[in-house]
Design a protein around this ligand. Structure first.
Ligand SMILES: Nc1ncnc2c1ncn2[C@@H]1O[C@H](COP(=O)(O)OP(=O)(O)OP(=O)(O)O)[C@@H](O)[C@H]1O
Ligand SMILES: [Mg+2]
Length: 141
């Protein structure tokens, strides 16, 4: 179920993405660690979009599978694309002065990670994390 689309054109929009993901994760009762991991991954991907593609958009959606709920974020840009994906995903590679930890780190922090890229066309990265709500919350029936 689509929740929101945030367009990312400035550093302030990166904060917007962080806040939106935080709010939806809280809404779905993600625990603090899972929420922090997802927000950190989203932050790296939004920052990459801004740095290498000049911006893009982030689509946030809620997922459901049996008893579990998921939060998915899709980062889409029309930038230059990534020429060598293995290199870009490996820790320590950066085409700028970064630490080269963003993509690899983001991948490790979430449950699902998908990356599609085409040189000259752009890059789309999807991440998702899952959570099984407690069916018998303390104080509940
Ligand atoms: N959306 C994108 N469009 C084009 N190239 C990208 C995109 N995202 C990442 N890259 C390329 O992949 C490389 C690795 O990205 P990664 O986020 O891992 O490291 P970084 O941004 O260089 O440094 P860090 O994130 O640690 O500050 C980048 O240096 C860049 O060349
Ligand atoms: Mg980065």
């Amino acid at each position: 179920m689509p929740l929101e689309t945030v367009s990312v054109d400035t550093e302030r929009d990166v904060s917007r993405v962080r806040r939106a993901i935080t709010a939806y994760a809280d809404n779905l009762s993600f625990d603090l660690l899972a929420r922090t991991h997802l927000v950190t991954a989203a932050s790296e991907l939004a920052r990459n979009m801004l740095a290498y593609a000049g911006g893009g958009s982030v689509r946030i959606a809620k997922l459901r599978h049996e008893a579990r709920v998921g939060l998915k974020a899709t980062f889409e840009d029309q930038g230059p694309g990534i020429e060598n994906l293995d290199e870009a995903l490996s820790d320590g590679f950066s085409s700028s002065l970064g630490l080269g930890l963003g993509l690899g780190g983001a991948r490790r922090l979430v449950d699902d990670f998908e990356l599609e890229t085409a040189v000259g066309e752009g890059t789309t990265v999807s991440i998702a994390s899952w959570h099984e709500p407690d069916r018998h919350p303390p104080g509940g029936p």
